[in-house]
Design a protein around this ligand. Structure first.
Ligand code: C2E
Ligand code: CA
Ligand code: CA
Length: 781
């Protein structure tokens, strides 16, 4: 127990208080006892005084009686009168002996001893106490103390009458140790008879004290000794003063009180002991819960909220414990909330990136241990930015929440995690799924998002692109998996596939891809790229006034590489800028060359999303138009609908500037990008290109035909030219013509061709169509 501890202090205060109380009680009781003892001694002395006086009086009466008996004896009186000294002596003797008197005398009227049977004096000697004789003569009897020689006596005198007094009988007892002892035993006091000598010193005449004490008595200057209660009585004496010292030893008097005192002391000590134990116990009962509370708060400080503190007391400590428990609940609740917030996406309530990474890390470890697969999906909403920009952030937020709800519903297992990583990016962890089942989940997710979403009365239409990776095929490290899922997602987005599985060739970090990139760089430098041109045929006139430039890569060892295989990578790496510049330069140059040859072809160039948001695009085109001396209206730019919808506001701004130059704009792959009419109206476009998937599916799917037809109508209503791409059969061509589509492009008419071959094809086309027209002119013509 530390000295400064509360417990020690409480115990100390208690003990000190108890000690003070006990000591005070002890002192008070003790002083009462002492006072009592003193009073007792005093009372004893007073009683003794009375007893003493009584005894002396008794003695005196006994003496007087004996003396009177002698004095009244007829024979004795006669003997006195006749001076028969023999008889006198024997009578005195007889009566004196009867009471053991020490002094038996007969004194004549002159004060001379006539007879002395005690042998204290001698005949004829003057009786030493004349006053005694005067008193007896006057009163008839007298008594007194007096010294004869060295000894003291109690004396009485009575007259011998015949009939008048003729002599005096004097009788006395010696004041000796025997008397002192008798008195002492009667009074329970020490009794000493003292006389002051001529020198003023006290001498002991007789005493009940032992010799040593008797000597000590005479040596004392004062007669009241310490440790004794004393009383000094002066005896009625003649001659020397005789005093009686009554002593009561206080020690003796206090003896019973001392026993009481020691009992009291014992009780006091016991009380102190009990109070010490009691106070230590009390202190402990106070401080033990405090120590427990201290431990508890330390535990809380260390973040351990596991168990509440158990103090079942109904006092302040219990209240404090309850308050502590409430504090614990509050803190753990808040901590839980903070952790939730740290790991939760606030908008959707889904896990956030931190939690997702955490779970993925754990899932990878578990999958590794148990030797089973897992899948990770990365998902990005298409056109989210458009929704956000056109309908506002609140709608965008609601859309994200709805998407989150649907995604959650699309997941079947409890162990599956869907998280929002930020913006419109979501991720899914399927801890026990292989590739086929991940594919099924992805399909389910896409289908869930296909269902129209109504937000505040508005129909919002979003799609999604999902990248899928599996463990361990696509990597065993979390970051590698995430990056690759991202790459796969980008591929899905690019190709409008909905979802894509990771393929090593997609990865800009894969060996193949790295070499592809460096080769692509070489391709531009060493002129391995060429442009092919695919004509667009006017369905009404059969004339060809437009061609689309499509890039081709003749790889020295790989052979022909399709643009779908390198354009997405070029876009990802940013190298697309160089390629686009090259393509635009080549295409505009070709356009100028054809014009010089008298071939009037407008050339379309494809521009990707990435360039669209690059604001220098108009300047680049302006520069190239100037360089080749080409009129802007001979150049068309094709942008895919989804590229515009990625970031519509930005896209529209760039498109406006390109349009202002005089360049024509065409929306490529129309029908796949879910653009809305209202927003289409805001764009300065001249042409819609119906996506080839609809055109090619026209005869199989009724929906596709509907889309083709309504796109044509929509385009016409807006004053736009409508092109159908992917025309592979005559049947399609006829159907499109019937639907009043303006232009057709496709393998049925011509594959993309190098310039020289295109020129040859044009020659053939013109002759055959002219022949055909001549043979069967169109109805309207
Ligand atoms: P796109 O702009 O939609 O181009 C049309 C694609 O459809 C071309 O494929 C073309 O060869 C193909 N095609 C034409 N007619 C038919 C047909 O009847 N049936 C079928 N099945 N396909 C037909 P290509 O040349 O492989 O180009 C693929 C995509 O690569 C293009 O799609 C375009 O998005 C991109 N691309 C091509 N060249 C360039 C370019 O110079 N720059 C940019 N940024 N992208 C380019
Ligand atoms: Ca195109
Ligand atoms: Ca197209």
């Amino acid at each position: 127990m530390r000295l400064h501890s509360l417990r020690a202090r409480i115990a100390l205060v208690f003990v000190v208080l108890m000690l003070v109380a006990q000591a005070a009680a002890f002192l008070v009781i003790n002083s009462v006892i002492l006072k009592n003892a003193n009073r007792n001694a005093e009372e004893q002395l007073a009683v003794a005084e009375r007893v003493f006086a009584q005894v002396l009086r008794g003695n005196s009466e006994q003496l007087t009686q004996a003396a009177s008996v002698v004095a009244l004896d007829f024979g004795f009186r006669e003997a006195v009168a006749t001076h028969d000294s023999k008889t006198v002596a024997s009578a005195l003797q007889n009566h004196g002996d009867r009471i053991h008197a020490d002094v038996v005398m007969l004194v004549d009227l002159d004060g001379k001893l006539i007879a002395d049977s005690g042998g204290v004096g001698h005949e004829g000697m003057a009786f030493p106490f004349p006053k005694l004789i005067r008193t007896v003569a006057k009163k008839g009897d007298a008594s007194s103390f007096g010294m004869i020689g060295p000894r003291a006596y109690q004396l009485v005198a009575v007259p011998v009458k015949a009939p008048i007094a003729i002599a005096w009988v004097v009788m006395g007892f010696a004041v000796d140790d025997a008397l002192a002892r008798d008195l002492s035993s009667l009074t329970s006091l020490d009794v000493s008879f003292l006389t002051a000598g001529d020198d003023g010193k006290w001498g002991v005449l007789a005493s009940s004290l032992a010799d040593g004490a008797r000597d000590a008595l005479t040596n004392q200057a004062q007669l009241s000794a310490d440790g004794y209660a004393t009383r000094i009585m002066r005896l009625h004496s003649e001659g020397r003063t005789i005093e009686v010292l009554l002593e009561r030893s206080l020690n003796e008097a206090l003896a019973p009180f001392h026993r009481l005192q020691s009992t009291l002391l014992l009780i006091t000590l016991l009380g102190v002991l009990i109070s010490i134990v009691g106070s230590v116990l009390t202190a402990r009962s106070v401080t033990r819960p405090i120590a427990a509370l201290t431990q508890f708060s330390k535990r809380i400080g260390q973040g351990d909220y596991a168990a509440p503190i158990e103090i079942r007391q109904n006092d302040e400590i219990g209240e404090l414990a309850r308050a502590f428990n409430q504090m614990r609940d509050g803190i753990s609740e808040r901590e839980k909330r903070i952790t939730e917030l740290a790991y939760m996406d606030r908008l959707t309530g889904l896990p956030n990136r931190a939690l997702f990474n955490d779970r993925l890390q754990q899932a990878i470890a578990a999958a590794m241990r148990e030797n089973r697969p897992l899948s990770v999906m990365m998902m990005d909403l298409d056109r989210f930015k458009y929704v956000n920009d056109t309908l506002g952030h609140p709608i965008g937020d609601m859309l994200l929440c709805e998407v989150a709800k649907r995604l959650r519903a699309a997941l079947q297992r409890k162990s599956d995690t869907v998280a929002r990583l930020g913006g419109d990016e979501f991720a899914v962890l399927l801890p026990a799924n292989d590739l086929p089942s991940a594919r099924r989940v992805a399909t389910r997710m896409l289908r869930a998002l296909e269902e129209p979403i109504m937000i505040e009365g508005q129909l919002v239409d979003v799609g999604a692109s999902i990248g899928i990776v599996t463990f361990p095929q696509n990597g065993t490290d979390m970051n590698v998996l995430l990056r690759r899922a991202d790459i796969a997602m980008y591929v899905a987005k690019r190709s409008n596939l909905g979802f894509a599985l990771y393929d090593e060739r997609h990865d800009e970090h894969s060996a193949e891809r790295l070499s592809l990139m460096s080769e692509l760089r070489q391709a531009v430098e060493h002129d391995q790229l060429t442009l092919y041109y695919q004509p667009k045929v006017d369905l009404a006139t059969h004339r060809v006034k437009y061609v689309e430039a499509l890039v081709r890569w003749e790889h020295p060892t790989r052979g022909f590489v399709a643009p779908d295989q390198f354009i997405p990578f070029a876009e990802q790496t940013g190298y697309i800028k160089t390629i686009s510049r090259w393509v635009a330069d080549k295409a505009i140059g070709q356009c100028a060359a054809w014009r010089r040859q008298g071939i009037e072809l407008a050339v379309s160039v494809n521009v990707s999303a990435r360039e669209l948001i690059q604001s220098t695009l108009p300047e680049i085109f302006q520069g190239l138009l100037d360089k080749h001396g080409v009129a802007p209206e001979w150049i068309w730019i094709e942008i895919t609908e989804s590229a515009i919808m990625d970031d519509p506001n930005h896209a529209i701004e760039t498109l406006d500037r390109l349009h202002a130059l005089g360049i024509r704009l065409s929306i490529d792959d129309f029908g796949t990008g879910y653009s809305s009419l209202s927003y289409l109206k805001r764009m300065p476009v001249d042409e819609l290109k119906i996506d080839k998937s609809f055109v090619m599916g026209m005869f199989q799917h009724k929906d596709d035909e509907t889309i083709v037809r309504s796109t044509i109508d929509l385009g016409h209503n807006m004053g736009l030219k409508v092109v159908a791409e992917g025309v592979e059969t005559e049947e399609m061509l006829e159907r499109l013509r019937a639907l009043r589509c303006d232009l057709a492009q496709g393998f049925h008419l011509s594959r993309p061709l190098p310039p020289a071959k295109l020129e040859a094809w044009l020659d053939v086309w013109q002759t055959t169509t002219q022949t055909a027209l001549l043979a069967a002119p169109p109805e309207e013509a």
